[in-house]
Design a protein around this ligand. Structure first.
Ligand SMILES: O=C(O)CCC(=O)C(=O)O
Ligand SMILES: [Fe+2]
Length: 323
């Protein structure tokens, strides 16, 4: 499998830099998303100890028994919150037809910053390990801070004033998905992957991956699957369908998947990812940006409401069988 080094962007000179430094980062950002649809960011400002502690708490949660974890599966068996055991999701389904279930289990939290508000379904916080709930809330708050920088970087990178998109992100969408990909004792079925090929749905996805074998692969321009190299201390950021649409496909929502580890490494291939899917305010109207259309390249998409668009994508392709 060929490897691809994703374009590396150092955010520290955006977060703390002057106008010239910020413009430079914006140029790198747009180049990455116009070509690969993915970037690796360092200098992101999220404290490494918090990331490590959250990772360790999630490892402890997934190491618990199936019975203990299942106490946090919501009755509706939908993807938006709680514990999702292995066997009920097959993300590649709509693209590749009926495919065997993905070889992962997940713990999902919907927008912790909206908790307690009318209409917000409560999240399920495991009681063990006891530090997990607090860590999820702190991690979520840090991701939101980073996202606020990324929203400004996005605006600048798309040739707007850097605060142009702020009003659409006063209460941003956020889903946190912690995913455990167990060591594969049994050989996967034909066509079965850790996580099947898919696009993300929102604007930017912010992913912390570890260095376990059997990792992220992206489909490059040439149609060839390539393994993304892992940069310690970084986040992988990629463009989702809503953002591609917003930019009239100037930025790419690139197909990606998580591969199975080599059989020869069985015994040491457990992988844990921490994924944050972000989006604008639920009621934001997403109309192709004026800087991404022209007389020669008119808008390809009618306006949509951000929240409705993401929900319809989830409903269409992540349909889950209730038993
Ligand atoms: O675990 C990973 O590296 C990627 C997961 C992913 O693509 C997703 O959750 O959408
Ligand atoms: Fe993804």
């Amino acid at each position: 499998m060929a490897e691809i080094a994703l374009p590396l962007v150092d955010l520290s000179s955006f977060i703390g830099g002057d106008a010239a430094a910020r413009a430079n980062v914006a140029r790198e950002f747009t180049k990455a998303f116009e070509t690969v649809g993915f970037a690796v960011v360092v200098g992101h400002g999220i404290p490494e100890p918090l990331i490590d502690e959250t990772y360790a708490a999630m490892t402890a949660f997934f190491d618990a028994s199936f019975e203990a974890k299942s106490a946090y599966t919501p009755p509706e068996k939908a993807k938006g919150r709680g514990y999702l055991p292995m066997g009920i999701e097959s993300v590649g389904k709509t693209l590749a037809g009926e495919t065997p279930p993905d070889l992962c289990e997940a713990l999902v939290f919907g927008a912790p910053h909206r908790e307690g508000r009318p209409g917000h379904r409560p999240n399920f916080y495991p009681e063990q390990p006891p530090e997990l709930a607090g860590l999820v809330k702190r991690y979520s708050a840090e991701i939101l801070k980073l996202n606020a920088h990324l929203v400004q970087l996005m605006a600048l990178a798309l040739d707007m004033e850097e605060d142009a998109l702020d009003p659409l992100h006063t209460d941003p969408a956020l889903t946190l998905r912690f995913v455990n990909y167990p060591d594969q004792v049994e050989e996967p079925k034909p066509g079965q992957l850790r996580y099947g090929e898919h696009h993300d749905y929102g604007t930017l996805t912010i992913l912390r991956q570890d260095a376990a074998p059997g990792g992220l692969e992206i489909r490059d321009f040439d149609g060839v699957w390539k393994e993304a190299t892992v940069v310690p201390g970084s986040f992988v950021i990629n463009v989702g369908d809503l953002l591609a649409r917003w930019t009239n496909d100037r930025w790419r929502s690139t197909l990606h998947r998580v591969s199975n580890p080599p059989r020869g490494l069985t015994g040491s291939t457990k992988r844990l990812s921490m994924v944050a899917f972000t989006g604008p305010n639920e009621d934001a109207e997403i109309t192709v940006l004026p800087t991404c259309r022209s007389e020669d390249a008119p808008a390809k998409y009618p306006p949509v409401k951000a929240g409705e668009y993401i929900l319809s994508k989830i409903a269409a392709s992540h349909e889950i069988k209730a038993d």
